[in-house]
Design a protein around this ligand. Structure first.
Ligand SMILES: Cc1ncc(COP(=O)(O)O)c(C=O)c1O
Length: 292
């Protein structure tokens, strides 16, 4: 994201509650319920050559995220899909990141969400790659965070809700402050979970691709795509709980996510991996899928 200064000071259009408004006119009040209590739900999508990848799936997940924390979106799936497309066109962006968000408004304050109206907005901006091209070729370095993914009994772990990102922002900041590219997060039991905004896959010495069972974190849409892409290529995929110590048996490791796409890892806490044929195959397969 080089060259970006203040996101609030950009130019263009944002879709807000049913209409396109000037970028600078998209505002919300400081007494917005979700700002205080972490109840905004959001999505991150990418468009490739103006076509939004897995648009319907992301919109369905946005609705699911809202319903899990107790509110309904005030627009239909078709209206939200159209809003994403309108924002792309209005801003003239082609290879872009799209951010729909819904939140509880400012009609009532207090912890109970009461009858606050639900508001929505969608923004889009040009965003070629999450990591620099050099990093993509070399692979990333991760450090395990002290912050762990919570249990399903502690938080609505399958909702893409802003409150759950507080630990991700701390984990990522700690890792980058220490010179790493991102953090590995374990779950509340100590199993390998994911990174701060992406899922993880490990190609093990047994010749199979292993990925943690998403029972307390997001089952990413890119993760699901990667599983399908690997299986149709005859690569066996095993979804299971993975102990941290199993990093010693990993040959290649990569992250998957809408923002990071498929990005190889070369080190986690001193354990090293060599991005090789498997990573290259998956990167190419994903690139073909998003541009199909
Ligand atoms: C915490 C977290 N895990 C995983 C993912 C990957 O999800 P997806 O592939 O749907 O982008 C994301 C991105 O949304 C995320 O924020």
């Amino acid at each position: 994201m080089t060259g970006i200064t203040d996101f609030a000071k950009r130019h263009g259009f944002i879709w807000q509650d049913g209409e396109l408004v000037n970028w600078n006119d998209c505002k919300l009040h400081m007494l917005t319920h979700s700002l205080h209590y972490g109840g905004a739900v959001f999505e991150g999508l990418r468009s490739y050559n103006s076509k939004i990848f897995k648009l319907e799936q992301h919109t369905r997940r946005l609705r699911f995220s809202a319903e899990l924390i107790g509110y309904s979106l005030p627009f239909t799936d078709d209206e939200i899909n159209l809003a994403c497309q309108e924002v792309l066109q209005a801003n003239g962006v082609i290879d872009a990141y799209i951010r729909p968000v819904a939140w509880r408004g400012s009609k009532a304050m207090g912890i109970a969400h009461q009858d606050n109206p639900v508001m929505m907005a969608v923004a889009a901006w040009e965003w070629p790659s999450y990591y620099s091209p050099k990093k993509l070729l070399e692979g990333l370095r991760l450090r395990t965070s002290v912050w762990r993914r919570p249990s399903p009994g502690t938080a609505p772990v399958h909702s893409k809700v802003s409150g759950l990102y507080m630990i991700c922002t701390m984990a990522k900041q700690e890792a980058t402050d220490a010179g790493y590219d991102d953090a590995l997060m374990l779950d509340y039991r100590g199993f390998i979970a994911e990174s701060t905004g992406s899922n993880i896959f490990l190609f093990m010495e047994d010749g199979k691709l292993h990925t943690p069972l998403p029972d307390c974190f997001l089952d990413g849409i890119t993760r699901q795509t990667a599983v399908e892409l690997a299986r149709v290529r005859g690569i066996e995929v095993v979804e299971r709980h993975i102990a941290y110590e199993e990093l010693t048996q990993a040959v290649e490791v990569f992250l998957t996510g809408t923002a990071v796409e498929i990005t190889p890892i070369r080190e986690i806490d001193g354990y090293t991996f060599t991005p090789g044929e498997l990573s290259k195959t998956m990167i190419k397969a994903y690139d073909n899928a998003v541009r199909a």
